[in-house]
Design a protein around this ligand. Sequence first.
Ligand code: FES
Ligand code: FE2
Length: 343
Amino acid sequence: MSVSFKDYWYVACESKELKSDQVLSRKILDEWIVLFRDEEGRARSFQDRCIHRNSQLSKGWVKNGKLQCSYHGWTFQGDGKLVGIPSEGKDQKKIGNRCATTYSVVEQEGFVFVRLNDNKDKHTEPFKSPQYGKKNFETIRLFNKFNNSVINCAENYIDVPHTVFVHDKIFRDALDEEINCIVHRKNGHVEIEYLGESDNLGWFSWFLNPKKVPIVHIDSYYAPNVTSVKYIIDQKEFWITSQSIPISEYETWVWTDLTYNFGNPFVNYLARPIVRYQGQSVIEQDIVVLGNQAEVIKKYGENFSNATADVVHVLIESLYNAIKEGRDPMEIAEKKVEVKFWI
Ligand code: FES
Ligand SMILES: [Fe+2]
């Protein structure tokens, strides 16, 4: 059984972006796709290519829940079946049994997910954003475009050593603090559990951890494209979940859910603009760094050199590269390493 990146689910758009009678054009893994809603409001996706004379279907329009090509008006229903050829007039016998190339679509938690390949041997599900929609939790959803690969983006979101340089003060202070963690690769994901952290939360330490209690901090990478960061500080909980969508080799679209419960619904509500502003500021700093990294990689190729803390990257890349080679990351051997570094 061979596995490929096309076997996984990727966010194509947010549900609210795909209005009825609207046609959206997207690119995922360099494939052109078109999205629309059928007569029941169900999100549908086809290859963005008309089977007639190969015009882009996304240049067309939705008529009664069916997608009509803008070139000669061939019309396709939600399941891809060709249901109308205007030039055949009333007698539509020529239609036969023809279909657009379709993709599976699932709508979940405000996202429209698409899977390009229906590999029967590789069962995957769209990622569920932790604590999304749960009682007492707020979610701020951010969208950003990065000019780098999915794997370099994903690695950045759970790279701790860069935070004191790139996000100096906003997110963390450089304290020359010893950090201990356990890095655990199993079942197609890598989990990094940080031990004994209590400070180092930057500007908001006074609010997030006034009593300086030990913090639960676990970072996770789910191959190939999702990361989730979890903080539990006393009664407060904060999750940063990023779905990185491979548009092309050096283009990645990222939806980031900042999901939190600060212990009081009113405080949660008031915190929304602050969480949004802080989150977006941090991401914009990463966009600059990652854009620069990609320029260097394009010029000189990718050739990394590792320090102790980079074991996180090495294990993440082992899962990502497995898919690249057609292997299932779920089958990569379990590995657990204790790591110590300083920030
Ligand atoms: S190319 Fe689409 S209808 Fe002719
Ligand atoms: Fe960062």
